[in-house]
Design a protein around this ligand. Sequence first.
Ligand SMILES: NC(=O)c1ccc[n+]([C@@H]2O[C@H](COP(=O)([O-])OP(=O)(O)OC[C@H]3O[C@@H](n4cnc5c(N)ncnc54)[C@H](OP(=O)(O)O)[C@@H]3O)[C@@H](O)[C@H]2O)c1
Length: 311
Amino acid sequence: MEKSKVLVVGGTGYIGRKIVKASLEQGHETYVLQRPDIGLDTEKVQMLLSFKKQGAHLVEGSFSDHQSLVDAVKLVDVVICTISGVHFRSHNLMMQLKLVEAIKDAGNVKRFIPSEFGMDPARMGHALEPGRATFDEKMTIRQAIEDANIPHTYISANCFAAYMAGNLSQMGTLFPPRNKVVLYGNGNVKVVYVDEEDVGTYTIKTIDDPRTLNKTIYLRPPENILTQRELIQEWEKLIGKQLEISPISQHDFLSSMKGVDFASQAGMGHFYHIFYEGCLTNFEVGDEEEASKLYPEVQYTHMDEFLKLYV
Ligand SMILES: NC(=O)c1ccc[n+]([C@@H]2O[C@H](COP(=O)([O-])OP(=O)(O)OC[C@H]3O[C@@H](n4cnc5c(N)ncnc54)[C@H](OP(=O)(O)O)[C@@H]3O)[C@@H](O)[C@H]2O)c1
C-alpha cells in the first residue's frame, strides 16, 4: 500500500517536531505548514529549513487565510495538528476550528489527528477549573470533526517524559532533584510516561492503519506504567543515593492551588487528576486501542533508560 502524504500543522512546536521527524523516518511524503506569521522567529525558520533538508516540503499557509489552508490540505491525505495547548507557554487549541473548516472544504483528507496528545479529554468532564479548559476545548474540536464527518484518530499520549518523568514529576522544574523530592500522596498511583520520540513514532504508525480509524488510541507502553515512587526509585538507583521524601496530601495540594497564577492553577489541576485521582490508569484499555499492542515492533524507551540522560 502506498504511504499517505502527511501535512503537519504546528511542525516547529515541541511535539510537532517529533511528529515531522517520525513521518520522514517512516517514509511518508511530509509537508510542514510554513506560517508567514512566524515573522522574524529565526529558531522556527532554522527548524523549517532543517525539515526541508531532511526531505520535507514546506507549504505556506496561515490561519488567517482560509484558502491557503485549503490549498495546503489538498496536497496530502493525512493532516496532523500539533498546535499549542499548555497554559504556561501558549494555548491556541480553538484555532483548530479553522483547520477543521479547511479540511471540510478540501474534502480529500483520509485522516485527521487533532492536537491532543495528553489525557483523554472524553474522560475529563469532571476536571477542575481552570485546567479543564484544555479538555473542554479538545472536546469542542472533536465535536466539529465528527459533525463534519472527517475521518480521524485521537491520540492519548499520557505524560510526556521530558515534562513529567525527567523531573520526577516535580512542578516548576524540568530537571530531577538530587536531594529532596515532593511525593504526591502515598506516591502509589499508576501513571504512564511516554518518551516524546515514541509519541511521534506511534502517532505516525496509526495514520494508515484501518484499525485506528475514528478511534482513540492510548499510548500505554507497559514498562512505563509506573507510580511516582517507582520513578523516584529508578532515579535513586541511577545516582546511587536515596532522596529525602516530602509527601504532600491531597488536601494540602488542593489548598496550595489557591492564589497561584492561572497557568500554575491549570497545571496543578492536571497534576491532581494524574497523581491523586489516577485518571491515566483508572480505566481499562483493550489491546486493539493501545499503541504498544498494535505496534509491538516499536522498541519504546523505558524510563530507566530515559532518566540516564539526566545523571
Ligand atoms: N501529554 C503531555 O504531557 C503534554 C505536554 C505538553 C503538551 N501536550 C499537548 O500537546 C499538544 C501540542 O503542544 P506543544 O506543547 O507541543 O505546543 P507548542 O510547542 O507550545 O506549540 C506548537 C505549535 O503551535 C503553533 N501555534 C502556536 N500559536 C499559534 C497561533 N497563534 N497560530 C497558529 N499556530 C500557532 C506553532 O506552530 P508553527 O510551527 O506553525 O509555528 C507552534 O510551534 C497540545 O495539545 C498539548 O495540550 C501534552
